[in-house]
Design a protein around this ligand. Structure first.
Ligand code: GUN
Length: 296
């Protein structure tokens, strides 16, 4: 039987409708709306398209949105000064600096310069530390892992005591989602194994997974025979494997052989239209959260 498809596009609609409602309530009750600044350095085509979508989504929710585009050759010092300006701007609740940055700029210095209170990407070491501690300490969860967890929960997948296998150990996906699924609480309480390029028998680990989360950046890495029948499979891979002759747009593929895997999995996310739309949605959710916190 074919797996249930977990549609990020559909879940995005549901969550954005909830957020739109919250923004209206905030405006009515407090005369303010969430403020987000998107800082884009240079013109990397993928970054331009991500930022365009973030701006469009923020505007559709009624946010105060500042699109701050900077030239490729901006100095690190000037970029840090710009971030400091937004750290001190009371109309801005979330600061997003699109990554990657040009080579002459130290990304860590930039992430560290964003006030942890406005770090809606959840990349600042203070927020990552609070995420690891868990419970009441948690502030901003990084957007892609938060989107993955939301998809698991909203799809009705049982996480309590589930075997979760995470393929990949990046700072923005593999490491944080491994910690989050192992935390105490609803939507978590799982037993987590994180595997990576040095793992001896990748297939054997994946075959044990009730929930398989793949964020390796290798197209088609996960073969159908690695999937436990009935498992929930979350494919985080966004690999550009070519360009469509018809549309000129990039052809995307995930890290999982989707067509074959959907005949074995119980639930599966597609690429595109799976985790991708959820990342931007969680950025919006973090910005709304920040605006409420700043009102307190
Ligand atoms: N580049 C790719 N993904 C992201 C993201 O989630 N946030 C930021 N700031 N840059 C990115």
């Amino acid at each position: 039987m074919s797996a249930e498809i977990i549609s990020g596009t559909q879940m995005r609609q549901e969550i954005l409708a909830e957020l739109e409602h919250e923004v209206k309530a905030m405006q009515e009750q407090h005369g303010t709306v969430p403020g987000l600044v998107t800082i884009l350095v240079g013109e990397n085509p993928a970054s331009v398209s991500y930022v365009t979508l973030k701006v469009k989504t923020a505007l559709s929710l009624g946010f105060h949105e500042v699109q701050d585009n900077q030239p490729e050759d901006i100095s690190e010092q000037d970029l840090l000064a710009l971030i400091e300006k937004y750290n001190n701007d009371p109309a801005i609740h979330g600061i997003l600096v699109q990554l990657p940055l040009p080579k002459h700029i130290n990304e860590d210095a930039v992430i560290n310069a964003i006030s942890p209170d406005k770090d809606v990407d959840g990349f600042h070491p203070v927020n990552l530390g609070k995420m690891v501690i868990g419970g009441d300490q948690v502030r901003y969860l990084p957007c892609t892992p938060a989107g993955i967890q939301e998809m698991i929960v909203r799809s009705g997948t049982e996480t309590e005591g589930a075997e979760v296998v995470v393929v990949g150990r990046s700072n923005i996906v593999g490491k944080p989602i491994s910690v989050m699924m192992g935390q105490k609480g609803p939507g978590a309480n799982s037993t987590v194994t994180m595997v990576h390029t040095r793992t001896k028998d990748l297939a054997a680990h994946c075959q044990r997974a009730d929930i398989l989360i793949v964020a390796a950046g290798v197209p088609g890495l996960v073969k159908p025979e690695w999937i436990k029948p009935g498992a929930t499979v979350i494919d985080v891979g966004v690999n550009r494997i070519g360009v469509s002759e018809e549309t000129g747009k990039a052809i995307l593929s995930g890290d999982v052989d989707f067509e074959a895997a959907k005949e074995i999995a119980g639930k599966i996310t597609p690429v595109p239209g799976g985790v991708g739309p959820m990342t931007i949605t969680m950025l919006m959710k973090n910005t709304v959260k920040s605006a409420w916190w700043h009102l307190q």
